[in-house]
Write a protein that binds this ligand. Structure first.
Ligand SMILES: *Cc1c(COP(=O)(O)O)cnc(C)c1O
Length: 423
């Protein structure tokens, strides 16, 4: 599709022609002891810090120092409605309507709160279907929900597995599972992009299949938000959750996102855990009235949120609003395809890419499987100034992030890998 060439000059020329190349300088790039920037390939684990974050957080610290409690109303960005400043841009990032999106809590916590509402097991229909290589936290969360409702966590988990000798999941196999036991499955909960293989699932297809069998469908989009066009609203999923510290660059452990489809926005009968922040904003501070449920995703909030973390999210989302997720995805596809091209040019059969080769079935991450490898290869790569991620037993994950990684980064990374493989 692209006409790539194998030289440093070509990579640098691509960077010059890249319409998004100015964004790299808006981030702090980690450096080695000598002050040289490292090749950072782990934005899928912890995104880099935008240079605007410090100012945004300092603004709230200053308003707190100067205003105390009055900051709820008088701060430059008043704290009381602060989460509303994030909603529209976050909704755009994940392809949702503002009423469907809320920033709150942390990721696994949101997953549990969503299951309180969308995992309503009965004696006949109580199982939860997840992908066999789900992120451990998701697996633990799902198992504990089963136990919480009094079900066996072995019998109750249905795994969607790759076929023997394969790494990726096939939709035909999901269809077969649903044909055989769809009427026992209460919830389908899949990682929208698998953290290990980088496979980006067709959320709409999975949702349709699930709904046809009478299951609720939710996605953990931790590896999707800020990385691919998720189109959550159009997917029809009942809910989705994601974090903001990976591709959304909002800082370690920052608050998470949550999507509840519009069709549930006014359903007060839906079971949920509530707090004063799920209550009607207009009467929240009367403090003594009956509970009055807020409509939309906001109605799942519990607490007044941590503003310092939200300030970092706001700084980051402002960048996403300027770039536009569509432009970002365009660059991402080109950059990752270049990475793939360079890896293939190595012609080394000790390495293979397990991530799908179809650009629509992946984000920016490529998972590289190394034959008979142990962690030594990864450690050597680290010594050459590459920050990548090793997953047992034999996979290196590299995520060239279109906001701050360059074609030159990718070129240099593959050159270093080549040097190590040829040793
Ligand atoms: C990163 C990630 C998590 C981490 O959960 P936290 O609650 O943020 O610690 C969970 N699930 C998936 C799929 C992830 O990628």
């Amino acid at each position: 599709m692209y006409n790539y060439k194998l030289s440093l000059e070509y990579a640098q020329q691509q960077d010059q022609e890249d319409p998004l190349n100015s964004y790299r300088s808006q981030f702090h790039l980690p450096k080695d002891n000598l002050g040289n920037p490292l090749i950072y390939m782990t934005g899928n684990s912890l995104g880099l810090q935008p240079k605007t974050t410090k100012t945004a957080v300092n603004q709230e610290l200053e308003d707190w120092a100067n205003l105390g409690v009055e900051g709820h109303f008088e701060a430059k960005n008043p704290w009381l409605p602060y989460h509303e400043f994030l909603t529209e841009s976050m909704a755009h990032v994940v392809g949702a309507k503002p009423i469907e999106v809320i920033v709150m809590n942390t990721l696994t916590a949101n997953l549990h709160f969503m299951m309180v509402s969308f995992y309503q097991p009965t004696k006949e229909r109580y199982k939860i279907l997840i992908e066999s290589d789900a992120f451990p936290s998701d697996k633990y969360a799902v198992e504990s929900q089963l136990r919480h409702h009094g079900y066996d966590d072995k019998d109750g988990v249905v795994l969607w597995k790759p076929r023997p000798g394969e790494d990726l999941l096939r939709y035909e196999d999901l269809e077969t599972i649903l044909e055989e036991q769809g009427d026992q499955i209460a919830l389908i909960m899949i990682g929208g992009i698998n953290y290990y293989t980088g496979q980006f699932f067709d959320l709409k297809r999975i949702t349709n299949l699930g709904h046809k069998s009478g299951c609720k469908v939710g996605f953990d989009c931790a590896h999707g938000a800020g990385n691919v066009a998720l189109n959550l609203h159009d997917s029809g999923a009942d809910f989705a959750v994601w974090c903001t510290y990976k591709y959304l660059n909002a800082g370690p452990g920052s608050l998470a996102g949550c999507f509840v489809h519009e069709r549930h926005a006014n359903n007060k009968a839906l079971n949920r855990f509530t707090g004063w922040w799920s209550h009607n904003k207009k009467t929240r501070f009367n403090m003594r009235g009956e509970f009055d449920q807020l409509p939309g995703a906001e109605g799942w909030q519990l607490s007044n949120p941590p503003i310092l973390s939200m300030a970092a999210i706001k700084a980051s989302l402002d960048i996403f609003s300027k770039v536009g997720i569509e432009n970002l995805v365009n660059k991402s596809k080109k950059l990752t395809a270049y990475f793939e091209y360079l890896l293939k040019q190595l012609g080394d059969d000790t390495i293979s890419i397990i991530t799908p080769s179809n650009p629509d079935e992946r984000g920016c991450q490529l998972s590289i499987q190394v034959k008979n490898a142990d962690k030594v290869l990864h450690d050597k790569l680290t010594k050459t100034g590459v920050i990548s991620d090793w997953r047992e037993p034999d996979v290196i994950r590299c995520a060239p992030v279109p906001l701050y990684n360059s074609f030159e980064d990718v070129y240099r990374l593959v050159e270093k890998l080549k040097g190590i493989l040829n040793e």
